[in-house]
Design a protein around this ligand. Structure first.
Ligand SMILES: Nc1nc2c(c(=O)[nH]1)N[C@H]1C(S)=C(S)[C@@H](COP(=O)(O)O)O[C@H]1N2
Ligand SMILES: [Mo]
Length: 394
């Protein structure tokens, strides 16, 4: 009979958010795609790949390292990007059908560094397992996006007083290959659509959008679930009520208004749309499992923290399971909705094994919990403290 000890996960109850590279964890399949780094593949059909923590060690996420999340197939590349048409209709005075070329020349072009984060980021930390792609913290990136403000386009169309919500459509076929129905179609309240950082984007890090990231044009709705940031954008429908496309109902992108029993079915009626993503920090250097030379007395670490609609106020580091905390230095964001880099130089009292924890607090005063909380069937909102393990050799 196996001993209890042998089956005990590291650090007992907290092992539910043990780093992905825990001894028992299988090595992930790595992405092989031109122009992309070897990201960890979470699914092939549709293609979903996350950025390993150690690959997130950048101020500005390089295009090669940006995670990929498709819900259907990748549409064919257009031969004439400038002729690509976007329709803006519904509760507007003057419906528009505008080519990408006209859009680029008619409205001011702006560039921001904006976090794009999958709504399910952190899902793997839920216990019991929630349905969906098992993201650790790598369903997020913060590259530079260039585009026009959605607000400018909506103003040009003239919002009617009945306008309350948007509904977004992209050109990607469903997994089954259908083109007559949307793969996913989410939408947001007009207030978020009118935020000056919500973009119709056509450049990523100064280059034309790659096909996999939505070429020739996509939405970027920073701080909220990535599913709002429609790739291969074809239409924005301005609605007089909450949008009801695929991805808007049931347990999709919704979290419980009152906590439910983990693993239970839940009740759709008690779910509310997930809006701002929660505060999160990721230690990006050193990599989990790093061995430090004997005699190492200091650990210089780096990471990123971000918090949906909010800024980061503080990041704290612990090497003793939260008994004591040290403040990290937190850089200001490049602009609103950019992630913030943190650095810390931590004294290591002796050789041996350490778990290094990072815990961010947002400008709203909300801190990352120790465990994924507010369990829900499709697993949104898991943002426990981030952890790496290091061994100082003796
Ligand atoms: N048309 C379309 N847009 C889409 C998706 C999709 O499947 N189809 N996936 C969404 C989701 S769930 C996320 S998290 C982001 C991912 O963007 P990326 O693949 O460029 O990282 O795109 C969003 N936009
Ligand atoms: Mo997503």
């Amino acid at each position: 009979m196996a001993t209890i000890g042998a089956s005990l996960p590291i650090s007992g109850v907290l092992a539910q958010n043990a780093p992905a590279a825990a001894p028992a964890a299988k090595a992930p399949k790595l992405l092989e795609m031109e122009g992309k780094a070897k990201l960890a593949v979470l699914g092939d059909r549709p293609l979903v790949a996350e950025t390993q923590a150690a690959l997130m060690d950048d101020d500005v996420t390089p295009t090669a390292k940006l995670f990929v999340r498709n819900n259907g197939q990748v549409p064919e590349a257009t031969r004439d990007p400038k002729a690509w048409k976007i329709k803006v209709d519904g509760e507007v005075n003057t419906p528009l059908e505008i080519t990408l070329g006209d859009l680029m020349s008619r409205f001011p072009n702006v560039t921001y560094q904006l976090v794009l984060e999958c709504g399910g980021n952190g899902r793997s930390f839920f216990e019991p397992e929630a349905r969906g792609n098992q993201w650790t913290n790598g369903g997020a990136g913060c590259p530079q996006w260039t585009g026009v403000r959605l607000a400018d386009v909506l103003k040009a169309a003239g919002l009617k007083s009945s306008a309350v919500f948007t509904g977004h459509y992209g050109a990607d076929p469903t997994l089954a290959g259908e083109t007559d129905k949307p793969t996913i179609s989410r939408g947001m309240p007009i207030k978020k659509a009118m935020d000056e950082h919500t973009l119709i984007a056509f450049k990523l890090n100064g280059q034309d959008l790659p096909l996999i990231h939505g070429a020739p044009v996509r939405l970027i709705v920073p701080g909220w679930a990535g599913s709002l940031s429609t790739k291969w954008l074809t239409r924005i429908w301005v609605r007089d009520k909450e949008h009801d496309g695929p991805g808007m109902g049931g347990f999709s992108y919704r979290t419980p208004r009152k906590p439910i029993v983990p693993g239970s079915k839940g009740d759709e009626k008690d779910m509310a749309i997930l809006e701002s993503m929660p505060v999160r920090s990721v230690i990006t250097f050193p990599a989990d499992g790093t061995k430090l030379a004997a005699g190492t007395k200091k650990l210089d670490l780096r990471g990123n923290a971000w918090a949906g609609d909010w800024d980061i106020k503080t990041v704290d580091i612990s090497i003793d399971a939260g008994k004591t905390w040290r403040s990290a230095k937190v850089n200001p964001p490049a602009n609103k909705f950019a992630w913030q880099r943190f650095t810390a130089s931590i004294d290591l009292p002796s050789s041996g094994y350490y778990e290094v924890w990072s815990r961010a607090t947002d400008s709203n005063g909300v801190t990352q919990p120790f465990l994924a909380t507010n369990w829900n069937p499709q697993g949104y909102g898991a943002n426990p403290i981030s952890r790496i393990r290091v061994l100082v050799e003796s």
